[in-house]
Design a protein around this ligand. Sequence first.
Ligand code: SF4
Ligand code: SF4
Length: 189
Amino acid sequence: MIKNKKYVMVYAIDRCVDCKACMVACKAQWQVPENHFRTHIDEKYSPGKYAPNRKYFLPSQCNHCDEAPCVSVCPTKASHKREDGIVYVDRDICIGCKYCIVSCPYDARFFNEEVGVAEKCTFCLPWIQQGHQPACATTCLSNTRIFGDINDPNSEVSKFLAEAKRNKSKIWKLREDLGTEPNIYYVQS
Ligand code: SF4
Ligand code: SF4
């Protein structure tokens, strides 16, 4: 049986240099309003083996959760989970109640005052339907962002994750304890 596509993103965070080209590309691609971004880069520190702190950069965006609170609280079903794994907001039926914004534990959504709807990352849905990669992944010169179908064993994401497992790299998702089943993978060697 042919499995549905399931789109995910992998962040190879050792590669991120905090250039923020992804943030700018996303904003330009989707005319994201002033003072808002659909993706972020945060500066983090972890205890190093030989030095007190090791700085690294942590990208984030909507996790396209399998058990998404934003979907279950939406009174109009504007926020919904597609068969390809993308959590999407149908602007035509969003009433701007903001329940989804409040319910998201990842702070991945914001209110677009210009059009009166909830907004977030869509994995560049209209763009990927034309066979392109999301704007952030295309723009990332260090190839930190790897996007694709995790149900296809030959996709770049599947191969990258398989190799990371073989190399015993650290692989995690954000706040898995919440039961939201996020679909953004973080990999650190
Ligand atoms: S990260 Fe937030 S907005 Fe995205 S699917 Fe999960 S709960 Fe919804
Ligand atoms: S703001 Fe829109 S997408 Fe969010 S819960 Fe309300 S109707 Fe649904």
